[in-house]
Design a protein around this ligand. Structure first.
Ligand SMILES: Cc1ncc(COP(=O)(O)O)c(C=O)c1O
Length: 497
């Protein structure tokens, strides 16, 4: 019976949907993104339950599954919000309002908003597809000052967060299934998810936990030669530095080796540097950009194809919801650059609010500006607190039975290894869960703390980990550590062999 006949006969058979799980894009079905996966979904359900009843053993859900600082009470930087609000409501800058507004906003915020609006027009209008030229010039100045080597605004693309930049560069790099992209294990799942979507071949390489998650070029070479021997066309290497989920910060020497490796192996280097200001041991483990290290090397290496990504979501800014970022494309073939521009123009433009924050991130108040002191003090307060919290949580994890945890030299996460009793692994198995997932679900049920199992990032076979941010507010941090400690003790007592 056709649908029309069933309606005519009044049998009310539900009409078969045109787009279904069995016929939709299979690549989308293959995508996994653990940061917002099973744990996060369960955490949301528990949050709803908490809102309705008081029947859970904790009062709040603590989202340590995602590096989203303002969700966990981190305050926005005042100057940034002042300029953003003036750009949104330019009537405040009219001469007749000036006397009132200048009591609320410092002179440099008013001036910056005027300059930005001169270049932007209205924040409600589409901008240049590559990003507002004035803002790209400011990004180029920032890179030039950071590295001591010139950057060209024509090579900079403003993006909706670093994610959109990564996705468009990967979509340009991937020709078909045979294209291989080297990604770290463990990795931030944006990479594995995008490669699934594009139906490309991830070529994993291991970060060495026993060496503070550093990268071993000999292992890289092995990964590439095995993949190439199997017919995979390995074209690019993703490096996340400082690392997510691992918190490593690469030494300059290690970076030079990686550059030489990419150069000789004809591999494009993709440097995800979104955590470049989250550096907690600046003397021992400073941040170096790949662009700077590359340009400091012999000029033969200078035409290595390098794309570097940055974001307003991280650092001390934490404006994740505004979706702003950029990438710098270095030594990319001009014909490919035209294709990058074409792809950017298909989405018309990155959102203008995000672009404004990129401008402010790259050109914050300077010494002598009215907002300088306050800006500095806000950045410093957030930075010092993040550093203290990273150490506290690291000490907490290292005090737990069967747990070891490397320090976070950078980024916002710790990635402890947990050695689980055989009984716990068997129980997890019986529930159809990976052991680390099982542990994290039990943690969520007992404490309301939502973390992400190591299997969501990839981990060396036979090891179990989880990733937690150290973003919970500092005044709640002791309680947070105590809850985790109590949970772990109870878990181990329940399952100890
Ligand atoms: C390593 C890494 N790259 C990129 C991103 C995405 O950042 P954005 O918010 O700028 O898209 C994240 C977010 O957590 C990240 O950890």
């Amino acid at each position: 019976m056709t649908n029309n006949q069933s309606i005519a006969c009044g049998t009310q058979q539900p009409r078969r949907k045109t787009i279904r799980l069995d016929n939709m894009n299979a690549h989308i079905k293959n995508v996994e993104y653990a940061v917002r996966g099973e744990l996060a979904i369960k955490a949301e359900a528990l949050r709803d339950q908490l809102n309705k009843t008081n029947s859970l053993p904790f009062k709040t859900i603590v989202n340590c599954n995602i590096g989203n600082p303002q969700q966990l009470q981190q305050k926005p930087i005042t100057f940034f919000r002042q300029v953003a609000s003036l750009c949104d409501n330019p009537d405040l800058l009219l001469p007749e309002n000036r006397h009132i507004v200048s009591q609320l906003y410092p002179e440099d915020a008013l001036h910056r908003a005027e300059v930005l609006l001169e270049h932007i027009g209205s924040v409600g209008a589409y901008s240049h597809s590559q990003g507002i030229p004035h803002i790209r010039e400011n990004v180029a100045k920032f890179i030039t000052e950071r590295d001591g080597y010139a950057a060209n605004p024509d090579n900079i693309y403003l993006t909706q967060g670093a994610s959109a930049g990564v996705q468009s560069i990967l979509s340009i790099l991937v020709k078909d299934q045979s294209t291989g992209i080297l990604i770290p294990t463990p990795q931030y799942p944006l990479y594995s998810a995008t490669l699934s979507l594009l139906d490309a071949t991830p070529v994993p390489y291991l970060l060495d936990e026993s060496q503070d998650w550093s990268l071993n070029v000999t292992d890289l070479e092995k990964s590439v030669s095995t993949a190439r021997a199997n017919g995979t066309d390995v074209r690019a290497l993703v490096i996340i530095n400082p690392g997510n989920p691992t918190g490593q910060c690469l030494s300059e020497e290690n970076m030079r080796e990686i550059i030489e490796f990419c150069y000789t192996q004809q591999i494009v280097l993709l440097a995800d540097e979104v955590y470049q200001t989250n550096i907690y041991e600046p003397e021992a483990r400073p941040f170096h950009s790949f662009k700077k290290v590359l340009m400091s090397m012999d000029s033969v290496f200078h035409d290595l194809e390098l794309v570097s990504f940055h974001s307003i979501s991280k650092g001390m800014i934490g404006e994740c919801g505004r979706r702003g970022g950029y990438f710098e494309a270095h030594a990319i073939d001009p014909e490919v650059m035209s294709q990058i521009y074409k792809i950017a123009s298909v989405s018309l433009c990155p959102n203008v609010h995000g672009q404004i924050l990129v401008d402010l991130m790259c050109q914050p108040p300077k010494q002598g500006d009215a907002s300088f002191e306050k800006y500095n003090q806000e950045i410093d307060t957030i930075y010092s607190s993040l550093r203290r919290r990273s150490r506290k949580l690291e000490a907490c994890f290292n005090s737990l039975e069967g747990v070891t945890c490397n320090p976070a030299f950078g980024a916002m996460y710790l990635f402890p290894q947990i050695r689980l009793p055989a009984k716990a692994i068997a129980d997890a198995d019986a529930h159809g869960k990976a052991a680390d997932n099982f542990y994290c679900l039990e943690m969520l049920d007992a404490t309301g703390v939502c973390v992400v199992p190591g299997s969501g990032f990839g981990q060396k076979e036979g090891t179990w980990h989880f990733r937690s941010t150290f973003l919970p507010a500092e005044d709640l941090f002791d309680d947070f550590c105590e809850n985790l400690t109590n949970f772990h003790k109870q878990f181990m007592n329940k399952y100890r062999d």
